[in-house]
Ligand binder design. Structure first.
Ligand code: HEC
Ligand code: HEC
Length: 294
């Protein structure tokens, strides 16, 4: 009832409801009782139709009255106990909201022990518990699969694969937990305007060969050392503090072909992993960490 627009309407509803209930009561009583006096006189002036059809004025049977009274009393009691009179919540304070709250409380009570147990269980033990891992997978499908895919293998050129060996933001349980709770936002500049087209081409070619044997005299190396090594590391293996991925392996978040790598360099990339610290509770986060950390 809290969503009734204004106290004004609520007041009107209360007035109209009580006035109509009072009117009904008055009507019933007046039909049954107060007309007794004039019954006599009415009987004398009774109209007679077709010589023997009388228009009687007998009051309806008494049980009708009691039934009416009972329904009126029922309405009154109901309106006192439950919401119905404007925004008055009723003596029982019943509402769909409080019912949900109550059922949530009993849910919490039922599972409080299980949750406390999970909270104190080691990650390794959770990982070995088939049932708990299934719960974790359900949470993942509900919260994360839209981006990372139902099997956590990511989606090409948008969302990272979470079951491969490369971890942009770190692979330890603590780092993964931090990623989930606080989210991550990667900041890779658009280099085209800074270093020019030619250097973009050269450095792209250079990092494509990183990890294989690339010549020290590759013209892209100088560009890399000057502009990229601060984040991606002198050897190109990345920096988990900045979320700068390793460029020496064959794993590419945004695509492995030369054209895509050039596009990453030229226009920059700003991947954002949303924060789930508010949305998920400690136990849910722990289950997800157990699922992803190895
Ligand atoms: C709206 C899409 C979206 C959702 C939903 C999402 N993520 Fe992410 N996640 C991303 C993106 C984008 C990145 C990559 C950020 C970057 O570029 O650094 C990421 C990165 C990550 C990483 C870091 C990977 C690495 O290599 O370090 C982890 C771990 C992760 N997500 C876990 C999760 C979990 C667990 C959930 C569910 C609770 C989830 N994500 C839900 C978009 C999403
Ligand atoms: C300020 C730190 C920083 C600097 C400097 C920087 N990068 Fe990055 N780079 C990042 C981050 C962070 C990402 C991840 C972006 C994301 O996840 O959305 C990234 C991503 C990339 C990618 C995409 C990798 C993939 O897996 O798809 C390429 C390619 C790249 N950088 C190349 C370069 C080159 C070449 C330079 C030098 C011209 C450079 N970066 C300089 C931080 C940096």
């Amino acid at each position: 009832m809290a969503d009734l627009p204004t106290g004004f309407w609520s007041g009107w509803i209360i007035v109209i409801t009580t006035v109509s209930l009072g009117f009904l009561l008055w009507l019933a009583i007046s039909v049954y009782f107060s007309s007794d006096a004039d019954k006599q006189s009415e009987a004398q002036t009774e109209t007679v139709w077709d010589s023997d059809l009388r228009e009687g004025s007998n009051a309806p049977p008494m049980w009708w009255f009691w039934m009416l009274l009972a329904t009126l009393v029922f309405s009154l009691v109901y309106l006192m106990l439950f919401p119905g009179l404007g925004s008055y919540p009723g003596l029982l304070n019943w509402s769909q909201g409080s019912r949900v709250a109550a059922s949530y409380e009993s849910f919490e009570e039922r599972f409080a022990d299980v949750r406390a147990e999970i909270a104190s269980t080691s990650l390794a033990a959770i990982q070995n518990d088939v049932d708990l891992m299934q719960v974790a997978e359900r949470i993942f499908r509900r919260e994360c699969a839209a981006c990372h895919g139902p099997d956590a293998r990511g989606q090409a050129s948008l969302f990272p694969n979470l079951v491969d060996v490369e971890w942009q933001w770190g692979s330890s349980a603590e780092q993964i937990e931090q990623t989930i709770r606080g989210g991550r936002s990667a900041n890779m500049l658009a280099w085209q305007a800074i270093i020019g087209d030619e250097n973009v081409d050269q450095v792209a070619d250079y990092i494509m060969q990183l990890g294989d044997s690339v010549s020290e005299s590759h013209p892209g190396k100088q560009v890399f050392d000057q502009n990229c090594s601060a984040c991606h590391g002198v050897d190109g293996t990345g920096n988990i503090l900045l979320g700068a991925p390793s460029l020496v392996d064959d794993i590419w978040l945004y695509g492995s072909d030369l054209k895509t790598v050039k596009a990453s360099i030229a226009s920059g990339r700003n991947g954002i992993m949303p924060a789930f610290g508010e949305r998920l509770d400690d136990v849910q986060v722990k289950l997800l960490v157990a699922m992803l950390a190895r």
